[in-house]
Design a protein around this ligand. Sequence first.
Ligand code: AGP
Length: 603
Amino acid sequence: MCGITGYIGEQEALPRILGGLENLEYRGYDSAGIALSDTTTGKLSVYKQSGEVDELIAACPEQRPSRCGIGHTRWSTHGPPTDENAHPHTDCTDQVAVVHNGIIENYESLRTELNEHTFTSETDTEVIPHLIEDRLATGEEPVAAVRAVSDRLEGSFAFCALIEGFPGLIAVRNDSPLVIGHAEDGTFLASAVPAFLDQTRSVTYLEDGDVAVVSDDDVTLYRGGEVIDPPTETIEWEADAAEKGGYDHYMHKEIHEQPQALRQTISGRLDISAGNVALDLSIPSEHLNSLEEIQLVACGTSYYAGLYAARLLETLADVRASVTLASEYSFNGGRDPWRTLTIAVTQSGETADTLAAIRTAAQAGARTLAVTNTLGSTVTREVDDSVFIRAGPEIGVAATKTFASQVATLALLTVYIGRRRNALSASRASTVLANLRELPGAIQQVLDTETDVEAIATEYADSDSFFFIGRDLGYPVSLEGALKLKEISYDHAEGFAAGELKHGPLALVTDRTPVLAVLSDGTRASKTQNNIKEVQARGAPVIAASSLEETTHVNEQLTVPDVGLLEPLVANVYWQLFAYHVAAHKGRPIDKPRNLAKSVTVE
Ligand code: AGP
């Protein structure tokens, strides 16, 4: 996944494009580049190199007489992060420059066709400017040329072209995000809103197949062959939402944003007295009543939110629920598609494996639903219904507040389905909804103990390995706790179903492998207490996040406030803080862990 941006307007383009790239760096950060068209001559100049945006800014001239340009920050998929493979890519005449996000699946055959041309990179993207060059050489006008070229591309792509002598930017969206920002003194194009959130909140989300021509004073939007007026929306997020708000890392800010994010997630959706949930869904109750199975498909942290939800659905909505890693998903096993609801859980809404899985379910005839954080994202265009988790923008690669908002949204969905299936009584539903209302406060209580968690993290930071254990709802949280620590501290960590230790993993336990255990409602805590005795007997230090009156055989006890089935979710915040402070203690690049990116748009 990469970040692309563009600007045309009355102001100098260079600082606006570089500023946009800085704000998009969470989307990929192994190389960056810009292309500018000279205000007087229309000639293009390109600056690009491997490395982060800061290094590009240092390499760029202070000023350039240009009011129109494009930019790119990269996460390699085709060709290693080198200067040559950095975007923008140009044609043989250097009169066409292109930045691209996504994958051109048929680039090899197109490249063979273009064997007269001189290629300078290993990327899939470089075929685009050369294809445009060919069409322009036939005398075709730029917009028609770009549209014709986009019709020849297969795969997922959003690209923006800058063509010498053409007074504007031409952008195409197909299965990769692209949004236009309408500012007083110009127009922006970007993969995501944070790129220009400090300049404008008035946006137009492009849809698949859209072609946008952005000139000084106008935006022409081609949709389905028609020219339409760009539908605009207003972004509620505050400008500083995209900035660190005084924290050292976005991840740390986002951990502390969880109470606010959860208030947004539940606001206007709870009817506690009636035990009902308001969700804007079109799925008919008859369909919910005839369901035989709810499938959840997702990757990484979202998969663990799915695991949590499956247990809630089976407990509260009396429906069989299965969770599948999206990359392993297929629709078979004699399932009746008419009695199956498939839910894609994905904060970015752009994860390729999850998109592929939900398309498979839709093609099989299953009803589909997305639980996502990103309005206008691709998944919302692939499903029958979408439920937004409303966590606000998450910049840190390691998901934190979106996990909490995903689980809370899935708990809302569970009550919604349980009530419509007459499987959940109004009083039981009221209890769960009351717990949801108390969740932000419960998490704030945990955040207020950060200094204690930091001390514990520092004490055990240099351990050999870390094991997270829990049962029932404590199991997905143990997997998530281990993932967070792995992602940002690069330490070996594993999550286990506590009952599994005796069947092998116990062999790994020593006095240098701290065990982090969840003991609370919904986790069969008394049984986990026995597993704690087993590991402590092998010398392992035990850190327990517990809502029990008394938790024995532990070295550190962290109190979990009483919010019923959501207690393991609250306990997870202790694991987020633990991971953050272990990584901070080791000076890790917490917001941009090596080899990872915020959302993985390749299968
Ligand atoms: C979590 O911290 C990671 N960033 C990663 O595992 C992520 O959860 C996964 O790639 C799924 O992303 P999505 O929710 O945007 O689909």
